[in-house]
Design a protein around this ligand. Structure first.
Ligand SMILES: Nc1ncnc2c1ncn2[C@@H]1O[C@H](COP(=O)(O)OP(=O)(O)OP(=O)(O)O)[C@@H](O)[C@H]1O
Ligand SMILES: [Mg+2]
Length: 485
């Protein structure tokens, strides 16, 4: 529609404007209103009929290739406010300009959109662009057509996501105000609902996080209790054995000494003694007994060490932050996972390479940090069950399943603990979600998807540190725990 065959009138008594085919003059509110926007200041040149730069305004985009329609619209709406906020106008004179403006002003509340501009369906293309490409479903769109035949209402309403369809001729000033205000109201309501939605989503995330923490805390505290209980039960009998071993060895050595002395003084014993000595292979027994004691001592010392590690791991009751030897936490965790490192039908033994730096005692919640080691190491073992890639912690590549643990001091006040595996690694889309509560790629029943989200909150929230992960398919995975000393 061209501007020559249109007229807009605005009278104080009969406040309406019509579009008709005659040459009557148009009453301009302001000579600058409705002018096309220069390429250079697109997006910033919003013609406003309200006091300068209010913080919250209703942005209305007028799209029409007829400059008079812009002016008439502004004349009709210039005094309007809604919910105490003024209206401000953006002007586009073609579909191309409209697309640009809506892209740069995504907070536009309403578009008054002409249909026929560069092409017969230019306006409809704008609707498609806004909804399908920009995914802007908030902005209200009122289609204003010049002729009913231009874009048949029924099919347009069905096929395009518009909110109202009006003939320009039916829009008197009062009707325009009415449709604009009702559109602004529904835009405002949509924003409110969206705000509430995002608040609800946040609340839901928070709830999920709390639920995850509760479940994991419960899981870990039962594990801690079991471990502490088992450690206690093993500890007492081990102490009997270890405590009596020394006396037993002393007694046995005394008896052996006695036998040797007998042999020296009675080199030819009576037959009955001779027979027994032969049947028990006395020379071998006398040589082997001290060795047995050595291995029994090594065995019981190992049990004591395991018990100590189990107790160390289960120090969940220690709610206070205190100086801790990080390496002993890692060692205890490895010890608990020892059985999972051993060779099985699908893979050889998992090698654990340790490069421990000189670390001071680190102020931390020891039980919580042990949980983090446990979660990360169990995940590494799980990944190695699935296959082996390259280990990326050093330039070396390992063909056998390997977990590489490295600790170091950073900037004199931080400790970095790197735990890498040469397992299957992760795709970028998985990597993005690993810290989300309940995110798991493991089969139902074998993973709850809580390990890393809990580890994240322990490292980041409880210890004010950082927990990062880098991984790529076939390239293994590395977690870095970064905490202050
Ligand atoms: N070292 C790793 N290598 C490959 N993928 C990993 C590794 N660590 C974590 N992931 C991926 O991150 C997901 C989330 O790990 P997370 O520890 O939070 O849960 P989970 O191990 O699946 O279950 P849960 O630990 O609760 O038993 C895993 O399911 C896995 O897909
Ligand atoms: Mg896990």
């Amino acid at each position: 529609m061209s501007s020559e065959n249109q007229r807009v009138s605005n009278s104080e008594t009969d406040a309406f404007f019509v579009f008709a085919d005659n040459d009557d003059t148009f009453i301009f509110a302001d000579d600058n209103d409705g002018q096309p926007i220069n390429e250079d200041d697109r997006g910033s040149q919003a013609v406003s009929n309200s006091p300068p730069a209010p913080v919250a305004v209703w942005k209305i985009l007028i799209v029409d290739d007829d400059v008079l329609v812009h002016r008439a619209t502004i004349l009709a709406l210039e005094d309007c406010t809604f919910e105490g906020k003024p209206l401000t106008f953006l002007h586009a004179h073609s579909a191309t300009e409209a697309k640009y403006l809506i892209q740069t002003h995504p907070d536009t509340a309403l578009i008054l959109l002409d249909v026929v501009m560069e092409t017969d369906d230019a306006g409809l293309q704008v609707v498609q662009y806004i909804r399908a490409e920009l995914h802007n479903h908030q902005v209200r769109i009122i289609l204003r057509t010049g002729q009913p035949g231009e874009a048949p209402e029924a099919s347009v309403i069905l096929n395009y996501d518009i909110n109202d369809y009006r003939l320009k001729t039916e829009l008197t000033r009062q009707k325009l105000i009415t449709v604009v205000i009702s559109s602004l109201r529904s835009y405002g309501n949509i924003l409110k609902i969206e705000n509430q939605n995002s608040e609800l989503t946040l609340a839901l995330q928070h709830l999920q996080q709390t639920q995850a923490q509760l479940i994991q805390a419960e899981k870990m505290s039962s594990l801690g209790e079991i471990v502490a209980g088992v450690a206690h039960e093993i500890n007492n009998p081990t102490n009997f054995i270890y405590g009596n071993l020394f006396h037993t060895e002393t007694y046995v050595q005394s008896l052996l000494k006695l036998i040797k002395t007998y042999q020296e003084h009675y080199p030819t014993p009576v037959d009955a003694i001779q027979t027994i000595a032969e049947s028990i292979d006395l020379p071998f027994l006398m040589e082997d007994l001290p060795k047995l004691f050595d291995s029994m001592r090594v065995g019981t010392e190992r049990i004591k060490h395991i018990v100590e590690s189990l107790r160390n791991f289960s120090r969940l009751d220690e709610a206070e932050i205190k100086p801790v030897d990080i390496h002993s936490g890692i060692e205890s965790t490895l010890l608990i996972l020892q059985h999972r490192l051993q060779a099985n039908a699908n893979r050889p033994t998992i090698a654990v390479i340790k490069e421990y730096g000189q670390l001071p005692l680190v102020n931390c919640y020891v039980g919580a940090l042990n949980q983090v080691f446990m979660n990360i190491l169990s995940n590494a073992i799980d990944a190695l069950e699935m296959g082996t890639g390259d280990c990326r912690i050093t330039s070396e590549t390992f063909s056998l399943p390997t977990i590489h643990i490295r600790t170091e001091i950073q900037d004199a006040n931080r400790v970095l603990i790197r735990i890498a595996d040469n397992g299957t690694g992760m795709s970028e889309s998985i990597l993005k979600r690993i810290f989300n509560p309940f995110f798991t790629t493991k089969p139902v029943g074998s993973g709850t998807g809580l390990g890393l989200s809990i580890s994240y909150s322990i490292v980041v929230e409880q210890h004010r540190g950082h927990l990062t992960c880098s991984s790529a398919p076939g390239k293994g995975t590395e977690f870095v725990i970064d905490i202050f000393i």
